[in-house]
Design a binder for this molecule. Sequence first.
Ligand SMILES: [Zn+2]
Length: 279
Amino acid sequence: MNILTFDIEDWYCYDTISRNLNWDDYEVRIYKGVEKILLALDERHLKATFFCLGWVAEKHPQIIRDIAGQGHQIGCHSYQHELASYFTEAQFREDTIRAKNAIEDVVGHQIALFRAPSFSITESNLFCIDVLAELGFTTDCSIFPTTRDYGGMPSYGSAEPSIIEHNGYRLKEYPISPMPLLNKQVVYSGGGYFRLFPYWLIKKFTKQSDYVMTYFHPSDFDPENPDMDWLPRIRRWKNSIGHKSAYNKFLRYIDDFEFVNIEVADKMINWSNVKTIKV
Ligand SMILES: [Zn+2]
């Protein structure tokens, strides 16, 4: 099962490093990127899941109206791309309520699907699961099921949909799907590694996997994506590569493989048969 998702944020909407920047000062480039994505999906009659920032819903509501208007599924991606691992429980609750309300005001229905920025629900902030369930979320896509810079969740085990349970709260979990490469677990199905890796490798990884969770961004497909000179060197480099060829690579990818959104995946999975992970 290959799941097609997008994170709806602009090129400068970048976790903690950009939280102190005034996002209103930056050139708005997101409209073109979203337009390209919607065109590609429309031409192929594909439906995807779009995780949107509350900030985007407030500043650029038309983007989310356009996405929802084409029948795509909408999820919440925090208010302003702050990592969940930097929040206290109270801050996470406040941020998530703010984001959920902003998105719901635009789409006019309840949002039950969540993805934390950079897959930042880890073993050290499991309160996020309680908060999400209390706020009416049923489904989460925030877990990196192995060790990584932000902590990850190695106890999750293999990357596959499951029920995650904490303090008696239960959510359907669709983790991101990393692959091993040179002693590292890499997520090739979106973002920097998708832009960096040659298509044959992406294709090989996808063929080898029973479950692939993608996460593309409008800026991945922007050939003029601006340089982020405030980032540390390696991240700045990672954010500057592959933008010219990524859109064509993406088109090839969605032509070569079958993709569904989370709404459809949800119906394909027999939830009484999946593992329950108590954390
Ligand atoms: Zn994001």
